[in-house]
Design a binder for this molecule. Structure first.
Ligand code: AMP
Length: 314
């Protein structure tokens, strides 16, 4: 494809629904590097940004669209999660995806509920894990399966889901998976709201209320030079002023241990929060450099590198 070719002229990606279809289409991707962007569909500009970055850095891009039942609790929103395959395909085409893998649960879980799963360990029990028991085990299990099935070499994840990103990096390290992980900064609406497929649940008034999440993070980041208590205080003040947002947690934690940072701490930290607005549970976060010259950052600079692993054969 040439640089001048417009997105309108791009060919639609090949769609694979089954394992044999995926295997056949994957074998056609001859380049050395194959990037994979994993999604649950209902694509928006955040997903498009991951795809764009993948496309710049790899020879081929595989997009997976799979609403993974294993990572939804019984009272969560699996049944109402937006399903927008046609517009997802339009985005995939415009962004130059080569191959879309869109399986149904019976393709991924051939024998039904998998007895063997990946355990996220203690990092999966805090923050999101506290409100969503088993969520990260289900997420890691499908991520590992999709890594193997796609035989990708580079995998792109959003900073928006900071704990997910951390756990995927840990899994790659702890299990020596031959995968390189790339993190992508959170993409926001012009007014600050982090883009999310779940934003479609928000009524216009909910949406106004939801702005307090990013406002809180900005207030916290603005106090970065004053230290952890000032950051927490500034972020909390914004949330307290919005009683219609029911806060689940607001934390300032170490980026790799997820433990609260102490008052003397200087360096990178994660300011993260979750809140319910109307019927919708929203999460947001910002990396912060705490201490002199501190403030908000897009992504963490000092991410643990995945092992320099051999690339899986194409
Ligand atoms: P999802 O479809 O919500 O599971 O998201 C698929 C991928 O897109 C994950 O790696 C997310 O972290 C990433 N993502 C979702 N929303 C955003 C956003 N607003 N900015 C950056 N990445 C995002």
């Amino acid at each position: 494809m040439t640089a001048t070719e417009s997105s309108a002229e791009r060919a639609a990606p090949v769609v694979a629904r089954t394992r044999p279809e995926l295997r056949a289409a994957r074998a056609e991707l001859k380049g050395e590097s194959v990037a994979v962007v994993m999604t649950m569909g209902a694509l928006h500009e955040g997903h498009a940004t991951l795809i764009r970055m993948a496309r710049e850095q790899a020879d081929h891009v595989i997009l997976t669209i799979f609403l993974n039942p294993l990572q939804f609790g019984p009272k969560e929103d699996l049944s109402r999660y937006p399903r927008t395959f046609d517009s997802d395909m339009a985005i995939a085409t415009a962004e130059g995806v080569d191959l879309v893998f869109a399986p149904t649960p019976d393709v991924i879980y051939q024998d039904g509920d998998p007895g063997v799963r990946i355990s996220a360990g203690p990092l999966g029990d805090v923050l999101e894990g506290q409100s969503r028991p088993g969520h990260f085990d289900g997420m890691l299990t499908v991520v590992a399966k999709l890594m193997h099935l796609t035989a990708g070499t580079l995998f792109y994840y959003g900073q928006k889901d900071a704990q997910q990103l951390l756990l995927i990096r840990r899994m790659v390290r702890d299990l020596d998976l031959p995968a390189r992980i790339v993190s992508v900064p959170t993409v926001r609406e012009p007014d600050g709201l982090a883009m999310s497929s779940r934003n479609t649940y928000l009524s216009p008034s909910d949406r106004e209320v939801a702005l307090c999440l990013s406002r809180s993070l900005r207030a916290g980041a603005a106090a970065a030079e004053e230290g952890p208590s000032a950051i927490r205080r500034a972020a909390r003040k914004v949330l307290v002023e919005e009683p219609l947002a029911l806060v689940d947690y607001l934390v300032l934690v170490h980026p790799t241990t997820l433990q609260d940072v102490p008052e003397w701490y200087k360096g990178e930290a994660l300011l993260a929060l979750a809140a319910r607005v109307g019927t919708t549970r929203l999460i947001d976060n910002t990396p912060i450099l705490v201490g002199p010259g501190g403030g908000a950052r897009d992504v963490f600079s000092d991410v643990p590198e995945a092992p320099a692993a051999p690339i899986l054969p194409a």
